[in-house]
Write a new protein. Structure first.
Length: 558
């Protein structure tokens, strides 16, 4: 009867209608091909209506009482009898733009994905009980589903009829699975499903670069989007006019992978972008992030401090969040209480209390932070400091014995001081609370299989300020391209970093109101290595190319 019974049993348990003990008792008494849920309904442990309501809630669709819902007779002409029997779905109302259809199992993706293609129009599902659907079919189509073996079998992909369906209609479930699995195999960070005027474009972001991987007929868009929305469990299939957000949890090659889903209506249809959140990146050490041993030692000292603020700065997509999570992973011990406030929560980390910002109900960064401080944490992570209120609460937390991690959008480390001042924070508070500012960028790593020694051009030597003696002592590599890197010459990314520690001398400079260029100049005299200088080290060690470092540090003047 139900496509994913184990999952549905869990949902019914969570709704408080049954217990695990009930399930075990009923399962031990099953006979023949009977399902647990069918058996519990038969024995009056639960009702069809309760199961249908749980199904509806979990799928973000409405529950409908078909017995008390008037249906216009001409609506039944909208679906042929053979489809009604096969999918156990009945039309309820023709809304013009879409057809409202009642199904017993909204968790059955085959039905939701395939019906729009067979009908040639969009559908909006609602959930009803199987017996109510059977009654409507019997009274309006003259068919008793209890006597019809084809209906009992559900979707049939075999035989001539199945072959025609496979040939004429995209197997949406397989297509969506293929899109997700291929993205994971290619180590993509994002999947872009974009409707164009006459086609549907699929692009992956791999190592920071968008790659077009496929084009499909545009008619597949509604089914693909519906499939993804149903997989998310929280996005509405019927709503196509407003942006929506959701999450999908899948397993690929034995790994747990989260997808953060965003749908936005565009002029050619709904555009979907999925951020792939690979939990394996949480266990990355500082070396895997790109820190050299000397910087690793400095960074371990910083994240081991008892209080203060550690800021990670950089533009969107520069890996700031990954660095923060790696820090939390290092210091996540049973004797530490760690709370994060994020928008949204990207990775779920065991042992850490994570709070998601919900601005529409008043759960802002500042409101969440105030509540968090009453939870007596040792360590706080704030997804981003965006306004004066959040910044001041973070600084007060740091000054009262908490270690605070956060991000800020600035181009380099010294500029973070001016940015906080622009937000409205007094500079003497910045000098007192902030312990370190780390600016970072991501550069592509050369493919270890095909990287090859190359000479540096005069332009590259000039831009990187490298002299001939440095080249003599090191091997400079460049990209070539092979099967393992799909011809790009690069595989993976690593960070380049600029670490500004706020010691007594830097603290005096901040209090003396030095400008960002002056602060930067003095910090370099005190030993701060710039983004470009850290990048040069990684060029000289053969980890990345000169062009990569030049491109991502173009604004770094030295």
């Amino acid at each position: 009867m139900y496509s994913n019974e184990d999952y549905l049993i869990t949902l019914i348990e969570e709704a408080g209608l049954i217990t695990q003990q009930d399930v075990e008792i009923f399962r031990s008494n099953l006979t023949g091909n009977q399902s647990v849920i069918e058996f519990m309904i038969l024995e009056h442990k639960i009702t069809e209506e309760q199961v249908a309501q749980v199904c509806a809630q979990s799928s973000s669709v409405d529950y409908i009482d078909l017995a008390n819902t008037p249906i216009a007779p001409d609506v039944f002409e909208k679906i042929p009898e053979d489809l009604v029997k096969r999918f156990k779905a009945v039309p309820v109302a023709d809304q013009g733009g879409y057809l409202t259809i009642a199904v017993a199992d909204p968790l059955n993706f085959e039905t939701l994905d395939t019906l729009p293609h067979l009908l040639g129009r969009e559908i909006s599902p609602v959930c009803a009980t199987p017996s109510a659907i059977a009654q409507v079919i019997k009274h309006n189509y003259g068919t008793d589903l209890n006597d019809d073996e084809t209906a009992k079998d559900g979707l049939s992909w075999g035989g001539d009829e199945g072959e025609d369906l496979d040939a004429n209609d995209a197997p949406i479930i397989k297509l969506v699975s293929h899109i997700l699995v291929e993205a994971f195999k290619m180590r993509a960070s994002d999947i872009h499903i974009e409707p164009l005027e006459t086609s549907l474009r699929i692009r992956y972001r791999v190592d920071g670069k968008l790659i077009e991987v496929d084009n499909h007929p545009k008619k597949l868009l509604p089914a693909i989007v519906a499939r993804l929305k149903v997989m998310s469990g929280s996005m509405s299939i019927a709503e196509k006019r407003l942006p929506q957000d959701g999450r999908i949890q899948i397993q690929v090659a034995g790994k747990d992978v989260d997808l953060r889903v965003s749908s936005v209506p565009s002029n050619h249809g709904e555009s979907v972008v999925m951020r792939i959140l690979d939990k394996s990146s949480l266990v990355l050490g500082l070396a895997e992030l790109g820190f050299y041993s000397d910087d690793q030692d400095r960074f371990h000292e910083l994240i081991g401090l008892p209080d203060g603020i550690i800021l990670v700065t950089g533009p969107t997509g520069s890996g700031k969040t990954t660095t923060l999570y790696a820090c939390l992973n290092v210091i996540n011990k049973p004797d530490k209480k760690i709370i994060t406030v994020e928008d949204p929560v990207e990775y779920e980390m065991p042992g850490i209390n994570q709070v998601m910002v919900k601005t529409d109900i008043g759960m802002t960064f500042a409101a969440a932070l105030r509540a968090m401080l009453r939870q007596a944490p040792n360590i706080i992570m704030i997804g981003e400091i965006r306004d004066e209120e959040t910044a001041n609460i973070a600084i007060n937390a740091a000054l009262t014995g908490h270690l605070v991690f956060s991000t800020l959008h600035t181009n380099d480390a010294p500029s973070a001081v001016a940015r906080l001042a622009d937000i409205g924070v007094k500079k003497f508070l910045v000098a007192s609370a902030v312990r370190a500012i780390i600016a970072q960028r991501l550069v592509r790593k050369l493919c270890p299989n095909c990287k090859t020694p190359v000479p540096l051009t005069e332009r590259e030597m000039r831009m990187l300020n490298i002299d001939g003696t440095q080249i003599l002592d090191n091997t400079i590599n460049g990209p070539e391209g092979c099967d393992k890197c799909r011809g790009s010459g690069f595989k993976g990314r690593l960070g380049i970093f600029e670490i500004l520690e706020i010691d007594d001398e830097v603290r005096h400079m901040i209090n003396d109101n030095l400008s960002s260029p002056q602060l930067r100049k003095r910090a370099r005299e005190l030993g701060m290595r710039t983004l470009r200088e850290d990048g040069i080290r990684k060029v000289l060690s053969g980890m990345t190319s000169a062009e990569e470092v030049i491109a991502v540090t173009m604004g770094d003047q030295g």
